[in-house]
Design a protein around this ligand. Structure first.
Ligand code: IPM
Ligand code: MG
Length: 353
C-alpha cells in the first residue's frame, strides 16, 4: 500500500505522529506499506501559497490512501477564501472524488461516563453516519457575496443531481446490509426541493435492497432524536451540510470528538482517513491531544483501502485494551483514571498491539 501522509496544522502534527508509529509497529510485523509526507492546509499556504499545492495533488492522486491529521487555525482565517486551509480540505475531497464519508459513532463502554448524556441513553451506542461529501451547498454554484441594488447579498446554492444521490444511497444501503439492516435517510423535504429529490431517489434505490428497512426523518427531528434516543439509529444517510452538523452532534454522544475516526471513499474504495475533530489550535504543541481518533482512522484505512480486516481489528482491540487499562487523555479523563499525554497514549497502544 502506498500512503500519502498529511499531518496538516495544529494538533494534526502530533496525532499523525502517533498513528504513523502504530503503522510502523505493524510494518515491523510484516505489513507492507510505504508512507510519504506532503503538506495540506495552513502549512501548505505558508510554504507554497496554496492550501492544496501541486506536489500534494500528485502524491495524493498516486497513493492508495491518504492519512490526514487536521487543517486550519486562526492564523489563516484572515486570508482570502481560496487560500484558507479549509479550501485545501474541500479541494482534496473533490479532486479525489471522495463522495462517501463514513463517520461511525461508537461508545466504548469505559467511556459511558464521559458522555454528557445519561449512561443508559448512550450505553452500547453504535451508529454510522454516511455523509455525502462532494456536493450540496458546499460546492453549489452560484455562490459568493456581491453588491446588488446597493446592498451586500450572500448566496449559496443547495444542489444535488439524482446520480449523486443514488451513488451515496448505494453506499449507505450496502453499509446497512453489513450491520443491522436499518437505514434512516435525513432530509428537509417539507421545505427544500433538493431534499425532496433526495427522498425520492432513496426510495428508488431501496428497491435494490429489500432486506434493508428504510425510514425517513426531517433533519430538525433527527437532531432532536439523536440526543433523545440515539440508539434507535443504525445507519444514517444524509447530504453534505446536514451530515456535517449531525456528525458533530453524534460524536458527543460517545464522550469526545477526540475518539471518532472517519473514512472518505471514492467509487473504488480509495480513501482519505482523518479524525472527525479539527486542528484544536488552543492545545496544539502541548502534547495533550487525544491521538485515538487518528489511530482509529488508520485502522479504517487498513480495512477499506487495504482490505486488511485483521490488521484493522488488531488496532481497534489495542485501543480498547488501553481504555480498559484506564489510560485517558484530558478530553476523556475522569476521576479514577490515569491522565496521559499524546505520546504516552501512542506508546500504550503500540504496547497493546
Ligand atoms: C468536517 C469539517 C469540515 C467540513 C470543515 C473543516 C471544512 O467540519 O470534516 O466535518 O465542514 O466538512
Ligand atoms: Mg464538521
Amino acid at each position: 500500500m502506498k500512503i500519502c501522509v498529511l499531518p496538516g496544522d495544529g494538533i494534526g502534527v502530533e496525532i499523525i505522529a502517533e498513528a504513523v508509529r502504530v503503522l510502523d509497529a505493524l510494518k515491523s510485523d510484516g505489513l507492507k506499506m510505504e508512507m510519504e509526507y506532503a503538506e495540506l492546509g495552513g502549512c501548505a499556504v505558508d510554504s507554497t501559497g496554496s492550501p492544496y499545492p501541486e506536489a500534494t495533488q500528485k502524491l495524493a492522486r498516486e497513493a492508495d490512501a491518504v492519512l490526514l491529521g487536521a487543517v486550519g487555525g486562526p492564523k489563516w482565517d484572515v486570508l482570502p477564501r481560496p487560500q484558507r486551509p479549509e479550501r485545501g480540505l474541500l479541494g482534496i475531497r473533490k479532486d479525489l472524488n471522495l463522495f462517501a464519508n463514513l463517520r461511525p459513532a461508537v461508545l466504548y463502554p469505559e467511556l459511558a461516563n464521559a458522555s454528557s448524556l445519561k449512561p443508559e441513553i448512550v450505553s452500547g451506542l453504535d451508529i454510522l453516519i454516511v455523509r455525502e461529501l462532494t456536493g450540496d451547498i458546499y460546492f453549489g454554484e452560484p455562490r459568493g457575496i456581491a453588491v446588488e441594488d446597493g446592498k451586500r447579498v450572500g448566496r449559496n446554492t443547495m444542489i444535488y443531481n439524482e446520480d449523486e444521490i443514488r451513488r451515496i444511497g448505494h453506499v449507505a444501503f450496502k453499509s446497512a446490509q453489513k450491520r443491522n439492516k436499518k437505514l434512516c435517510s435525513v432530509d428537509k423535504m417539507n421545505v427544500l426541493e433538493t431534499t425532496q429529490l433526495w427522498r425520492d431517489v432513496m426510495i428508488e434505490v431501496a428497491k435494490d435492497y429489500p432486506d434493508v428497512e428504510l425510514s425517513h426523518m426531517l433533519v430538525d427531528n433527527a437532531a432532536m432524536q439523536l440526543v433523545r434516543a440515539p440508539k434507535q439509529f443504525d445507519v444514517v444517510v444524509t447530504g453534505n451540510m446536514f451530515g456535517d452538523i449531525l456528525s458533530d452532534e453524534a460524536s458527543m454522544l460517545t464522550g469526545s470528538i477526540g475518539m471518532l475516526p472517519s473514512a472518505s471513499l471514492d467509487q473504488n474504495n480509495k480513501g482519505m482517513y482523518e479524525p472527525c475533530h479539527g486542528s484544536a489550535p488552543d492545545i496544539a504543541g502541548k502534547g495533550v491531544a487525544n491521538p485515538l481518533a487518528t489511530i482509529l482512522s488508520a485502522a479504517m484505512m487498513l480495512r477499506y483501502s487495504g482490505n486488511n480486516e485483521a490488521a484493522a481489528v488488531r488496532i481497534e482491540n489495542a485501543v480498547k485494551k488501553v481504555l480498559a487499562a484506564g489510560l485517558r487523555t484530558g478530553d476523556i479523563w475522569e476521576e479514577g483514571t490515569k491522565r496521559v499525554g499524546t505520546r504516552e497514549m501512542g506508546d500504550a497502544v503500540i504496547a497493546a498491539l
